[in-house]
Write a protein that binds this ligand. Structure first.
Ligand SMILES: C=C(OP(=O)(O)O)C(=O)O
Ligand SMILES: [Mg+2]
Length: 422
């Protein structure tokens, strides 16, 4: 059945705040039938060097090369282009956005402007197809929808917290439960158990950017001990709930193949040994960005050592770029890719990144950014693309919970969908 063309009557953009209180952009498309489809761009803090480039303010500056320029571009050039054509596919629309920008990294119009338009347009395409966004995404990607294992980031360090913890994220992954509802319950219960322990030991339960606790921890081992104790105290086994970590190693890379962990200088071989030790002592199933984005030798050493038993996820390494993912598969850097729509800038290229990973037998984890809005696009993306894994921060902060609540809603609407890893 030929799909209907999308005709956009008007385009509005505005500057709003993200969850860190920095400016970001929200876009609304009004179609010929009067319906309105909106989306807002998230923003990272520990961004990869090869990500698409946002027009961003360093603080709440309402001038300069910031979000207001992105807003002006959407309401000016982008609106003029979008409203002049009947769009037959998201790919045509995304390609036109890229051509209009004409830089390789979207730095002229801004990746934040482009991604918000692309996500809003995806919602509009789902609307004219008369299906929920996740169903439209399943069709676009040729996927069997799947309810994903949520990865709750409950202890924060690195660039997302003010403590001395070198590793950025410590996540709970309820891989052994049987439904999305059960997974969310597990996340909530362990989060609250951990809250009690953190308050008792540190006298405070302050939060990092993604809503995980950020006590004065200084070593990954301390954090993992705390997490493991909370899993057990909440009444769960390490079969029900595994741990995933995102060390975000760019943040403690010293250059020359060396890293600073717990105040010690480790070369890449010693860091492989360090991770291997953690894998022996804790129920860690997934490690993201264990090595810096340009320490390819470190990635390869780690892959050789543990890829049979551990998921190794490239985030800053791949920046959701199909070409980088393909290269990583060929050179055996990792067996999984993190998927962040705003890293590459358009929805159709995100689909390409997922397809490339799939063709190369790599797993994917869909991800939020540390600066978020209430936009729930990634919940539909993970269900529709059927990749089986998402990370969206802690289960207790509005902009993170919005995504988990959307997953619960989809799970209730679609009781026949399977829950779990792909
Ligand atoms: C979500 C992450 O952080 P940020 O959005 O700051 O890049 C990450 O590194 O995986
Ligand atoms: Mg990461």
């Amino acid at each position: 059945m030929p799909s209907q063309a999308l005709t956009i009557r008007s385009v509005e953009a505005e500057q709003v705040l993200d969850s860190r209180g920095w400016p970001t952009i929200s876009v609304a498309l009004t179609l010929d039938d009067g319906s309105v489809h909106a989306a807002a761009a998230p923003a990272g803090a520990s961004t990869g060097a090869f990500e698409a480039v946002e027009l961003r303010d360093q603080g709440v500056e309402y001038s300069g090369r910031g979000v207001l320029n992105a807003v002006a571009g959407v309401e000016g050039e982008i609106a003029a282009m979008l409203t002049g054509t009947a769009w037959s596919s998201i790919r045509d629309l995304d390609d036109a956005l890229r051509s209009l920008d004409y830089t390789s990294n979207l730095s002229r119009l801004g990746a934040n402007a482009v991604v918000a338009v692309s996500m809003a347009a995806s919602r509009a395409f789902a609307h004219i197809a008369g299906v929920p966004l996740y169903t439209w995404i399943a069709g676009q990607t040729g996927s069997q929808p799947l309810l994903p294992v949520p990865h709750f980031n409950v202890l924060n360090g690195g660039a997302h917290a003010a403590n001395d913890l070198d590793f950025q994220e410590f996540m709970l992954a309820p891989v052994g439960v049987s439904s999305e509802q059960a997974a969310v319950r597990v996340g909530s219960e362990i989060y609250h158990t951990l809250q009690g322990a953190v308050r008792e030991k540190f006298g405070t339960a302050g939060l990092g950017d993604e809503g995980g606790f950020a006590p004065a921890l200084s070593s990954p081992v301390q954090a993992l001990d705390l997490l493991l104790a909370a899993i057990v105290e909440a009444g769960y086994s390490t079969e029900d709930v595994k741990i995933a970590i995102d060390p975000a190693a760019n943040g403690f890379y010293l250059g020359d193949g060396s890293y600073q962990v717990e105040g010690r200088r480790l070369d890449r071989r010693q860091l492989v040994d360090y991770y291997d030790g953690l894998l022996g002592d804790y129920p860690i199933w997934s490690i993201e960005d264990g090595f810096a984005e340009d320490d390819f030798e470190g990635w390869q050493l780690m892959y050789e050592r543990v890829h049979d038993t551990t998921q190794l996820v490239g985030d800053d390494l791949y920046v959701t770029d199909p070409a980088r993912i393909r290269d990583g598969a060929e050179k055996r850097y990792s067996n999984a890719a993190l998927i962040k729509v705003n890293q590459i800038g358009t929805v159709s290229q995100t689909f390409d990144a997922i397809a490339t990973a799939r063709e190369n037998d790599m797993a994917c984890m869909v991800s939020h950014r540390s600066g978020e809005t209430m936009d729930t696009f990634i919940a539909d993306l993970v269900v529709g693309s059927g990749v089986g894994q998402i990370k969206s921060g802690s289960p207790a902060r509005g902009e993170r919970v919005a995504k988990y609540n959307r997953l619960l809603h989809i799970a209730r609407r679609e009781p026949s969908l399977r829950y779990g890893l792909r």
